[in-house]
Write a protein that binds this ligand. Structure first.
Ligand SMILES: Nc1ncnc2c1ncn2[C@@H]1O[C@H](COP(=O)(O)OP(=O)(O)OP(=O)(O)O)[C@@H](O)[C@H]1O
Ligand SMILES: [Ca+2]
Length: 940
C-alpha cells in the first residue's frame, strides 16, 4: 500500500514539474525551455516568439515552431482569430493529445498493473493478439526457473531485493538460460520458447480512426455550418418567394457544394492519417545490436526477447526493460518515462533500466527482463497514438495573414451590413418592379424579416469569401502531398521525412553544416600506414612486426581498449568484426593477434569510454601477474602530447623528447594524405593505487600523463563518390557547404579539398579553416562575424558545432545540420533541435540523433542531402504559387462583392459560388500540385 502512496506523491510532484518539459523525448533539458516558461508566467505570450532574436514585432513570425512549448502554442492559437479552428489546425500539433499523453504517462507509472490487466482483458476479448500467458500465470513457467509475473514486477518496481534473492544478474541469467558473455543461443527453437513464455517486444497499436469518423469531423467546421444554415435559409426563402418548382435551386446547390467539400476534406484527411501511421511504423522499427551465440547481430527492436544481452552505447534507446550487466560511466536519460529531464547514473546499486529511455553517456550491456506490454513503455505506447503533428513556420505566418484578412473581412462585412440595413429601413431600396421594399407601417413583419435575412445572407457571404480559411490548410496539404510524392519517388527513396515542416525549411536553407566521417566519406576505414615505436612498418599490416615486446603491449591494448568485438566462427567461416568503423579498422589491422586469448589473460578494472569531447578512450587492466596497465587510444597529436616515452624496436623505453618532431611530422604527413590518425599508448600503474571499493572505482579518473607511445596508425576513409558533384550543385544554388569534423584539421583540409568544399589551397587559411578551440575562444559577437567565413572546422568538440550553428543563425542564415551522433549524441541532439533543420544518418546514426532530426538520410550519403534541398525548394515554390492563387481569389472576390453589395444591394458571387469554389479549389489544388511538383524539380 505504501508503495502506491509513494507513487501518487511522486506523480503529484511530476504534475508540477512537467509543465516545463515540453518535449517528452528530449534527451537533455533544453537550456532554453525553463526560460521560456518563466517568461510565460509574466503573461506575455506573444513576445515568446522573439526568443530567437528576431526584432520583428509580428506575433506570427515564429522562427522556431519546432520546440515551442505547448503552453505557448496554445496561447498563440488563442491569439489568432480562428473562425474554424478545426480546419485551420487540422494536422498541426494536437495540443489536447499532447496533454493526454502526459496524463497517460503519469497514469501508466502509477497504475501499471491495473492498466496492463485491462489491456490484456481487452485483447482477450478482441482475440487480436496473444501476448504471452494470461494475466495470472504460474510462478515457474515451463523451461525457466522464473515466471513472467515475478520477473516483470521485479523490473517494474525496481526491486533490488528480489534481484538479490535471484542471485543478482548472474543468478537471474542462469534462470533465464542466458550466458552473460555470449548471450542467448538464439536459434529458432530458443526464440519461440522465450516468446511463448515471456511475450514479444510488441504492443498492440491503437487503431487509426475510421473514414466515417473523418466524415463526421469534416462537417464540424464553422464555415460549413454557416453554409449549411445559409442553404436552409435560402431553401426556405426560395420556396417562399418563387414557389416549390423553382425555389429550391439555390438551397440544394449550396447543400451539394457543402457535401462535396465534406467528402473531399474527409478523403484527404483520411489519406493523410494513413500516411502518418505508416511513417510511425517506420519510425518505431528501430534496428539495434544484440549479442547472440557469441556474435553481435543487428535485429529489429520487435525481435528482442527476454534473456537477450544488449550492448548499450551513448545515443541508444533502451529497447526493453532490463538489468545492467556491466557498465562504465553509464548515464540514462529517463525523461521519456518520468517526464522529468533528469540524467540517472546506473551501476550495480541502481541496475534497473527502463524501456524507452535514452543512453546519455557511457557504455554498458544489459540483460533483457521485460518486453512489450510487460514494460511501462509498452503500456504507454499501447495507450497513446504517436503524433507527428506540428506547426510549421509558414503555417504560423499564414495563420497571421489569414487572421488579418479575416478581421478586415469582418469589418467590411459589418459596415456593409450597416449600410444595407440603413438603406433598407429608410426606404432607399427598391424591388425589381420599382416599388419601395420597406415602408414604415405598411410592410408586414414577415416581409421585413425576409428582407433582413437577405441582407444578413449578403453579409455572411462577404465574411465567408473574405476569410481565407484555406490558406494554412493549403500549406499542410501541400506538405503532406509532397511528402507522399516523395515517399513514392524512387530517386528520393533514401530519405525519410519525420516532420512535415522539414520540406518547407529545407527549401529555404542557405547553408549546410555537415560532419565529415560517414557523410562526406564512405566510413569504410582501413589502416594504411602505421608506426610501431619509431619504426614505420611496411606493409602496415605485417604481423611479424608485432612480435616484439612493444607489439605484445600494443595487442593487449587493442584487444582490451575497444568497444568492438571479434567473432571467429567455430566452423571456420569468415571472421566477423563489429564496432564503430574506426574500431573495426584497428581491430582488423591487428587481426593476427589472438583476440580471445588476449582478452582472457587480463581483467578489466575500469573503462573510460571514448567520447568526441575528449577524443580518447582508455581502459585500466590487471594482468595475470597482477600488474596494472592503463591503455589509451585517441586523436594522435593529443595523445602524443601526453607521452613522455616510447618503446623502441628492442622493447626498451626511450625518452620521447628527441623523437617528438619525428612523430609530429609523421602525423602531419599522414593527415595531409587525408588519413585519420590514431595514437595508441599505455602506462604501467601501481596496483595498490587502484581504488578497491566499487564506488570509488566507478569514479576513478584514469591517469593520462606520462604515457608510453606504442603506435600511431593512419586510417584511410575514402571520399564518397558523387559528393563532389553534390557540393558543386549546392554552391551553385547558393547553399554553402561547411564541414565540421572532430578529425585533425589537416585531415579535414585534405578531405575538403578532395570533395570541393575548399576550392583551392589558397582558400585554406584562417578563418576559412579553423580549429574548434580557436573558434570557441572568440566572444559571441566575434563568432557571429567569423562564422560566416568558416568553411572547415577541425578538431571540433560536439559543442563547437552548436556554437557555430547558433552564430550562423544569428547572422540570418537558415542552417541545416547533419550528424550521426556516434559518441556525441546529447550534444548533437541540442544542435539538431537548435538548427533550422536537422538531418541524421540512417546507418551510423544513433537513435537519439534520428529521433531529434527532421529528416533521416537512410544511406548516410551527402548526395542525398542535396536531393532534399532540391525537393524542398520545389515544395516551397509550390506553396508560394498556391498562396498567390488563393489570395488573388479571396481578395478579388471580396472587392467585387463589396462594390456590388453597396451599389446594387446584392452580391454577384453568392454563397453557391463561394462554396463551390471552396471545393473546387481543393480539387484544383491537388491537380496543380501534381503538375507543378515535377515541373519545378529543376529549380535547383
Ligand atoms: N573509437 C575510437 N577510439 C579512439 N580514437 C578515436 C576513435 N574514434 C575516433 N577517434 C579519434 O578521435 C578523433 C575524432 O573523433 P570524433 O568522434 O570527434 O569525430 P567523428 O565524429 O568520428 O568525425 P566527424 O565529426 O567528421 O563525423 C579522430 O580523428 C580519431 O583520431
Ligand atoms: Ca561526428
Amino acid at each position: 500500500m505504501k508503495g502506491i502512496e509513494e507513487e501518487e506523491a511522486k506523480s503529484k510532484e511530476e504534475r508540477m514539474t512537467t509543465r516545463s518539459s515540453c518535449s517528452s523525448n528530449g534527451l537533455l533539458p533544453s537550456s532554453a525551455s525553463p526560460k521560456k516558461t518563466d517568461d510565460l508566467e509574466v503573461g506575455q505570450p506573444i513576445k515568446e516568439f522573439e526568443l530567437d532574436g528576431d526584432d520583428d514585432d509580428d506575433p506570427f513570425d515564429i522562427a522556431h515552431t519546432k520546440n515551442a512549448p505547448l503552453e505557448i502554442l496554445r496561447r498563440w492559437r488563442q491569439a489568432a482569430l480562428v473562425l474554424n479552428a478545426s480546419r485551420r489546425f487540422r494536422y498541426t500539433l494536437d495540443l489536447k493529445k499532447e496533454e493526454e499523453k502526459e496524463q497517460r504517462r503519469r497514469m501508466v507509472r502509477s497504475h501499471a498493473q491495473v492498466i496492463r490487466a485491462a489491456l490484456l482483458f481487452r485483447l482477450a476479448g478482441e482475440r487480436q493478439i496473444v501476448l504471452g500467458p494470461s494475466a495470472t500465470p504460474p510462478t515457474v513457467t515451463g523451461d525457466y526457473a522464473i515466471g513472467l509475473e515475478e520477473l516483470a514486477s521485479m523490473t517494474r518496481d525496481h526491486n533490488i531485493y528480489s534481484l538479490q534473492q535471484c542471485g543478482g544478474v548472474k543468478g537471474l541469467s542462469n534462470m533465464l538460460k542466458t550466458n552473460l558473455a555470449t548471450g542467448i543461443v538464439g536459434d529458432e527453437n530458443d526464440l519461440i520458447k522465450r516468446m511463448n513464455t515471456f511475450g514479444t517486444n510488441r504492443y498492440p497499436q491503437k487503431k487509426g480512426r475510421s473514414f466515417l469518423r473523418f466524415l463526421w469531423e469534416a462537417w464540424q467546421d464553422l464555415t460549413l455550418i454557416i453554409l449549411i444554415v445559409a442553404a436552409i435559409a435560402s431553401l426556405g426563402l426560395g420556396i417562399k418567394t418563387e414557389g416549390l418548382s423553382h425555389g429550391w435551386y439555390d438551397g440544394v446547390s449550396i447543400s451539394f457544394a457543402v457535401m462535396l467539400v465534406i467528402i473531399v476534406t474527409a478523403v484527404s484527411d483520411y489519406r493523410q492519417s494513413l500516411q502518418f501511421q505508416n511513417l510511425n511504423k517506420e519510425k518505431q522499427n528501430i534496428q539495434l545490436e544484440v549479442m547472440r551465440g557469441g556474435r553481435i547481430m543487428k535485429i529489429s527492436i520487435f525481435d528482442i526477447v527476454v534473456g537477450d544481452v544488449v550492448p548499450l552505447r551513448i545515443g541508444d534507446q533502451v529497447p526493453a526493460d532490463g538489468i545492467l550487466i556491466t557498465g562504465h560511466s553509464l548515464a540514462i536519460d529517463e525523461s521519456s518515462m518520468t517526464g522529468e529531464s533528469k540524467i540517472v547514473h546506473k551501476d550495480q546499486n541502481a541496475p534497473f533500466l527502463m524501456s524507452g529511455c535514452k543512453v546519455a553517456d557511457g557504455i554498458g550491456t544489459m540483460l533483457v527482463t521485460g518486453v512489450g506490454i510487460n514494460t511501462e513503455w509498452g503500456l504507454l505506447m499501447a495507450s497513446i497514438s504517436e503524433d507527428t503533428g506540428e506547426e510549421t513556420p509558414l503555417q504560423v505566418r499564414l495563420n497571421g495573414l489569414a487572421t488579418f484578412i479575416g478581421i478586415a473581412g469582418l469589418a467590411v462585412a459589418l459596415s456593409v451590413l450597416a449600410v444595407l440595413l440603413g438603406r433598407y429601413f429608410t426606404g432607399n431600396t427598391k424591388n425589381p418592379d420599382g416599388s419601395v421594399q420597406f415602408t414604415k407601417g405598411e410592410t408586414t413583419v414577415s416581409k421585413a424579416v425576409d428582407g433582413v435575412i437577405k441582407i444578413l445572407t449578403i453579409a455572411v457571404t462577404i465574411v465567408v469569401v473574405a476569410v481565407p480559411e484555406g490558406l494554412p490548410l493549403a500549406v499542410t496539404l501541400t506538405l503532406a502531398y509532397s511528402m507522399r510524392k516523395m515517399m513514392a519517388d524512387k530517386a528520393l527513396a533514401n530519405i525519410q521525412v519525420r516532420r512535415l515542416s522539414a520540406c518547407e525549411t529545407m527549401g529555404s536553407s542557405t547553408t549546410i553544416c555537415s560532419d565529415k566521417t560517414g557523410t562526406l566519406t564512405l566510413n569504410q576505414m582501413t589502416v594504411v600506414e602505421a608506426y610501431v615505436g619509431n619504426q614505420k612498418i611496411n606493409p602496415p599490416d605485417d604481423p611479424s612486426q608485432l612480435q616484439s615486446e612493444a607489439g605484445f603491449l600494443l595487442c593487449e591494448g587493442i584487444a582490451q581498449n575497444t568497444t568492438g568485438n571479434v567473432f571467429v566462427p567455430k566452423d571456420g567461416g569468415d571472421v566477423e568484426i563489429s564496432g564503430s568503423p574506426t574500431e573495426k579498422a584497428i581491430l582488423s589491422w591487428a587481426l593476427g593477434m589472438k583476440f580471445d586469448v588476449l582478452r582472457a589473460e587480463s581483467k578489466i578494472l575500469h573503462v573510460f569510454p571514448f567520447n568526441s569531447e575528449k577524443k580518447r578512450g582508455g581502459v585500466a587492466i590487471q594482468t595475470a601477474d597482477s600488474k596494472v596497465h592503463i591503455h589509451w587510444k585517441g586523436a594522435a597529436e593529443m595523445v602524443l602530447a601526453s607521452c613522455t616515452g616510447y618503446l623502441d624496436s628492442n622493447g626498451s623505453l626511450q625518452s620521447i623528447d628527441k623523437e617528438m618532431d619525428f612523430f609530429k611530422v609523421a602525423i602531419d604527413d599522414m593527415a595531409a594524405c587525408s588519413l585519420r590518425c590514431v595514437a595508441i599508448a599505455y602506462r604501467p600503474y601501481e596496483l595498490d593505487k587502484v581504488p578497491t571499493d566499487e564506488e570509488s572505482l566507478g569514479k576513478w579518473v584514469l591517469p593520462e600523463d606520462e604515457l608510453v607511445l606504442l603506435a600511431i596508425v593512419g586510417i584511410k576513409d575514402p571520399c564518397r563518390p558523387g559528393v563532389k558533384d553534390a557540393v558543386r550543385i549546392c554552391t551553385a544554388a547558393g547553399v554553402k557547404v561547411r564541414m565540421v569534423t572532430g578529425d585533425n584539421i589537416q585531415t579535414a583540409k585534405a578531405i575538403a579539398l578532395e570533395c570541393g568544399i575548399l576550392s583551392s589551397r589558397a582558400d585554406a587559411t584562417e578563418p576559412n579553416i579553423i580549429e574548434g578551440k580557436v573558434f570557441r575562444a572568440y566572444s559571441e559577437k566575434e563568432r557571429e562575424i567569423i562564422a560566416k567565413k568558416i568553411t572547415v572546422m577541425g578538431r571540433s568538440s560536439p559543442n563547437d558545432k552548436l556554437l557555430l550553428v547558433q552564430a550562423l543563425r544569428k547572422g540570418g542564415e537558415v542552417v541545416a545540420v547533419t550528424g550521426d551522433g556516434t559518441n556525441d549524441a546529447p550534444a548533437l541532439h541540442e544542435t539538431i533541435t537548435k538548427a533550422d533543420i536537422g538531418l541524421s544518418m540512417g546507418i551510423q546514426g544513433t537513435e537519439v540523433a534520428k529521433e531529434s532530426s527532421d529528416i533521416v538520410i537512410l544511406d548516410d550519403n551527402f548526395a542525398s542531402v542535396v536531393k532534399v534541398v532540391r525537393w524542398g525548394r520545389s515544395v516551397y515554390a509550390n506553396i508560394q504559387k498556391f498562396i498567390q492563387f488563393q489570395l488573388t481569389v479571396n481578395v478579388g472576390a471580396l472587392v467585387i462583392n463589396v462594390v456590388a453589395a453597396v451599389s446594387s444591394g446584392d452580391v454577384p458571387l453568392n454563397t453557391v459560388q463561394v462554396s463551390l469554389s471552396l471545393s473546387l479549389i481543393c480539387i484544383l489544388f491537388q491537380l496543380i500540385m501534381l503538375i507543378l511538383a515535377y515541373a519545378s524539380i529543376c529549380l535547383l
